[in-house]
Unconditional design. Structure first.
Length: 169
């Protein structure tokens, strides 16, 4: 196999593809690695550990983006919004990826916790002032487990946080 060129446009393109991939960026990661290293239509290069790390960091960045998208109260009425149920799912995927690849999740866990507190406070206020109906699409139990996992202090949440979930089971 050929050695990678520091100016490799194929690697640059694949970094962008993984970074802006869909809901499961790990699929894009594996597709990119295959294309770059083994696909007869690809450049068939040897990726360095640094280059592999760059690709994996794009997975992290993509997960952060899609999780934050679903924590942003301003997105609740947009078609791109998937809700807390998807946020929880993506957090689980991110954790598994980080565990497999040896990445820490502590700083992002704290960021997610802050985002959930903001979202639930805004949701509660908007419902109380009749600006909108509920958009929290997971059950109170799923939300409770997620809040526990993130280490959120329940005193930081609105009193009605468990009642604003659309799903009842």
């Amino acid at each position: 196999m050929a050695k990678p060129d520091p100016e490799n446009t194929h690697l640059h393109d694949e970094l962008l593809i993984v970074r802006h991939s869909g809901e499961i960026p790990e699929v894009a990661l594996h597709s990119s690695i295959y294309f770059l290293t083994r696909d007869p239509d690809g450049p068939v290069i040897d990726l360095s550990q640094e280059e592999l790390l760059l690709l994996k960091k794009m997975v992290l960045a993509r997960y952060q983006e899609i999780i934050n998208r679903d924590l942003d109260p301003d997105n609740r009425d947009k078609s791109l919004y998937r809700g807390l149920a998807r946020c929880i799912c993506n957090w689980q995927r991110l954790k598994r990826f980080c565990r497999r690849e040896g990445f820490a999740t502590d700083s992002f866990r704290k960021e997610i916790a802050g985002g959930i507190i903001t979202l639930l406070n805004k949701e509660s206020l908007d419902i109380a002032t009749q600006k909108r109906t509920a958009s929290i699409n997971c059950t109170a139990l799923e939300l409770t487990e997620f809040l526990d996992e993130l280490g959120i202090n329940f005193a930081d949440l609105p009193d009605d946080w468990g009642d604003i979930c659309l799903a009842k089971r």
